[in-house]
Write a protein that binds this ligand. Sequence first.
Ligand code: CP
Ligand code: NVA
Length: 316
Amino acid sequence: MKHFLKETDFKAHELAGVFALAREFKAQRGRAASAVLAGQTWALLFSKSSTRTRVSFEVGIHELGGNPLFLNRNDIQLGRGESVEDTARVLSRFVHGLIVRTFDHNDVVRLAAAASVPVINGLTDFLHPCQIYSDAFTAAEIWAGPGGDLVGSLKGRKIAYLGDTCFNMANSWILGASLFGMKVALAGPQVYEPGPEIKAQLAAEGRAADYQFTTDPFEAVKDADIVYTDVWASMGQEDEAEERIAQMQPYAATAKLFAAAKPDALFMHCLPAHPGEEVEQAVLDNPRSVIFDQAENRLHMQKAILATLSRHHAAP
Ligand code: CP
Ligand code: NVA
């Protein structure tokens, strides 16, 4: 069973196909809908809030001819203690695939192990692979140009990641960059340096820990092709918000810091943003800020991932 729980679940040789599909779906938007998921229902099982992930998957499944079914954890028996495994087994009898957003990454791994349909990680505390694929696609579209080699255009590029360097977005960039052939420099307070979980993941996959961590944000953005940030208090960390904001202040994506990257560097944020906290409004509004292209591309990339997994599933 092919799942998409982490960036590296598609191998390097499969990436070009997934990116090409996203480009194709983007070009087709508004024309005849594809029937890749005709007659299928895909369930979205969410334990956290979502705007982009939920809507892009629901619209994407619909545009592929399928039926999205949104399930809030607390609306089903999972919220009353039914096991992850039994939930996976039962839902697999009804639906053709599952998109899961939750806290503990291990819950998604357990769900996928018990499911007999493909499972997609729609964000955990550990990783947010759908976002990273859309982000990489967004940069690749610009760098490769129309008809150019999307995945090839990422090779050797440098991303500077600022702020909370030990949560889902930072982890996903570390893992994703190792797949795309990119370099990652992360800058944040020492106490938030990348943790043992992502190091263990790299080691388990035999990947070199090919990233650089620094407490100096200007060192990280030097020669960067992308400057990236995310909120300082993620979903589930609301109680720590005040302390985190105080600690991460030096890592705000200011106009001055963005200007210290390459002159044609892109600014990215997975959104939602907190202007005036992790990023200045002027940076969000900069002509080289591609935040809404990233958001739009969630839809096209989601469709590419769904179509690829459903083909795998259909294969004998
Ligand atoms: N970037 C992202 O995943 O946004 P949502 O939380 O709105 O889905
Ligand atoms: N790090 C953020 C990402 C939101 C898309 C969170 O987990 O809340």
